[in-house]
Write a protein that binds this ligand. Structure first.
Ligand code: AGP
Length: 608
């Protein structure tokens, strides 16, 4: 969950590094730094806090050079501080290392180095890598060979880049085991980053390194070696994303932009995959054969955070429309429960970034036990898509805000499409209206977005609450969980999501006039039950805020009604989450929270 950038070429490197780090700041932002090599000079500049601190340092102390690396940090080992900021330099002052991940055996390696009189300035595991590299560099005088030797001794997950003075040539040497690294191919210049959004303004030609790969980047090109140290060719991909898409587009925050992008994003998700004349869904690009899909007898959904919430809805959709049993697991829990897996299982990782370590580990665990492996993912070429036999790409476009919004709703549509595809392939009849409802979805979401002003007014009245309770039933219970998570991670207010039927088994004790109760009560088979739950909350002076397509039914009951259009029960969660996203956003803004980069969080959690 740190951001890594690197460059070697003919341009001044500092502006390139800073621009890349700006695009990656959402991956971690408690400190940042750059290292630049100019001839025999190695200069590092670092600053605690957001990237602006580093920018300010470099404005007062410009650094020239056209070879360098940069890093924005999400602390794992060692508190956020300038001392622990990357790049870390070896104690001989000749090479610099930036690193994403965790070196699990760093303590014993550090003891070995201390015994050989190497010294340390920081608390980081990365500085151990720097001194190890320097030690090997003493032996072989070649940074690439030194990296190969050091990598053989590391345990854990890492993606690191190193530059050295006195190396054989001007180059960046990198190694990857876990967190992502992508190379950008230029003309007389090469780029490196943790994810492609940092490369878009320079090149669309990218190469994704695989686990175990090391690579050398020089101005004239790059070379890759695999885990065995053998030269290997990795395929070149062409990025289709538009750099403008990755910018704010006039919105105050990326999160708000991405909330408003949802009508178009949803359209992109189902475009070319639905035949509305024949009312059928064809996932030609899924990459899993009809025969395989006909043979599976259960599905395991593996995910974290918001993606886990979409998996809960995926369970509802697949079990109701396809009648195949579905289990949903947190990525971080799955492999520790010794899951029962065999060739009859289709395991699907659901992950916006495609790089979440917990989800990837669960996916590998399922595959090792014989499952067919697939993913629902937003980033083509990411690790999840590369380890899967088939991928269902959500096409939401770059999601920069740490809080997942359009990625979540496009995941829900992806599940909807997958359920309809599975039903068709397995000969399970589905009402044509279920398919036709999709056509109305983007417009319905656009209508829900028109409530923003009312929602901001509501945010003004509730933003000082200390706790929130979110309630939903059936397919909308996961939306209650998602609404609570959005509020928590954006505004730092404690919020819990519960199945409404559970309220009387405990949470009802929390209800009083200071506790906003946010309920999702749209038409469907549990509507009446939801309404009576809200009467119970109101009877205890709870402040009832209801998301509904039947506002007239709550005039006497709710303190606030957030009206949404109806789209049919199976797609309704996609629309119902919109006011909850906006509520979390506006409450966060009113509380002065850093909406795009909430404290302690990162966009992609690439460590377990
Ligand atoms: C959601 O708003 C959070 N940012 C977080 O829970 C996120 O959904 C989770 O870390 C999973 O990320 P992924 O979808 O990229 O795997």
């Amino acid at each position: 969950m740190c951001g890594i950038v690197g460059y070697v070429g003919h341009q001044e490197v500092v502006p390139i590094l800073l621009s890349g780090l700006r695009k990656l700041e959402y991956r971690g932002y408690d400190s940042a730094g750059v290292a630049v090599i100019d001839g025999e000079d190695l200069t590092t500049v670092k600053a605690e806090g957001k990237l602006d601190g580093l920018v300010g340092r470099l404005e007062t102390r410009p650094v020239a050079g056209s070879l360098g690396v940069g890093h924005t940090r999400w602390a794992t080992h060692g508190r956020p501080s300038e001392r622990n900021a990357h790049p870390l330099v070896d104690s001989k002052g000749r090479l610099a290392v930036i690193h994403n991940g965790i070196i699990e055996n760093f303590a014993e390696l550090k003891q070995e180095l201390l015994a050989r009189d190497w010294t340390f300035q920081s608390e980081t595991d990365t500085e151990v890598v720097a001194n190890l590299l320097s030690s090997e560099f003493d032996r072989v005088g070649d940074l690439e060979e030194a990296v190969r030797r050091v990598v053989a001794r590391l345990e854990g997950h890492y993606a690191f880049a190193a530059v050295a003075v006195g190396d054989r040539e001007r180059r960046v040497v990198v190694a990857r085991q876990g967190p992502p690294l992508v190379l950008g191919i230029g003309d007389g210049e090469q780029f490196l980053a943790s994810d492609p959004t940092a490369l878009l303004e320079h090149t669309r030609r990218v190469v994704y390194l695989e686990n175990g790969d090391s690579a050398v980047l020089t101005a004239d090109g790059f070379s890759v070696r695999d885990q065995a140290g053998q030269p290997v060719e990795r395929p070149e991909h062409h990025l289709t994303w538009d750099p403008i898409q990755a910018e704010k587009g006039g919105y105050k925050h990326f999160m708000l932009k991405e909330i408003h992008e949802q009508p178009r994003a949803l359209q992109e998700t189902f475009a070319g995959r639905v035949n509305f004349e024949r009312c059928s869904v064809h996932l030609e690009d899924l990459g899993i054969s009809d025969e395989t899909l006909q043979q599976i007898d259960r599905i395991h959904l593996l995910a974290c955070g918001t993606s886990w919430h979409s998996a809960l809805i995926g369970k509802f959709l697949i079990e109701e429309l396809v009648r195949v049993p579905v289990e949903v697991d947190y990525g971080s829990e799955y492999r520790y429960r010794n899951p029962i897996v065999d060739s009859g299982v289709l395991a699907i990782g659901i992950t916006q970034s495609g790089e979440t370590a917990d989800t990837l580990s669960a996916m590998e665990a399922a595959r090792e036990r014989g499952a067919t492996l697939a993913c629902i993912c937003n980033v083509p070429g990411s690790q999840a898509t590369r380890i899967s036999e088939g991928s269902l790409i959500t096409h939401a476009g770059p999601e920069v805000g740490v809080a997942s919004t359009k990625a979540f709703t496009t995941q829900l549509v992806a599940f909807y499409l997958l359920a309809l595809h599975l039903a068709r392939v397995r000969g399970v009849a589905v009402a044509e209206s279920i398919v036709r409802d999709l056509a109305h979805l983007p417009q319905a979401v656009a209508e829900a977005l028109e409530q923003e002003e009312a929602i901001d007014a509501l945010a003004r009245s509730v933003h000082r609450a200390q706790d929130f309770l979110y309630l939903g039933r059936g397919i909308n219970y996961p939306i209650a969980l998602e609404g609570a998570l959005k509020l928590k991670e954006i505004s730092y207010i404690h919020a819990e999501g519960y199945p409404a039927g559970e309220m009387k088994h405990g949470p009802i004790a929390l209800i009083d006039e200071d506790l906003p109760v946010v309920a999702i009560a749209t038409g469907g088979k549990v509507f009446d039950k939801m309404r009576s739950n809200l009467q119970e909350a109101k009877a205890r002076d709870g402040k009832v805020l209801v998301v509904t397509d039947r506002p007239q039914d709550f005039a006497d009951l709710a303190d606030a009604v957030l009206t949404v259009p109806s789209v049919g029960e199976h797609l309704q969660p996609v629309v119902n989450v919109i006011p909850l996203q906006l509520l979390a956003y506006h409450v966060g803004v009113r509380r002065g929270a850093d909406v795009d980069q909430p404290r302690n969080l990162a966009k992609s959690v690439t460590v377990e």
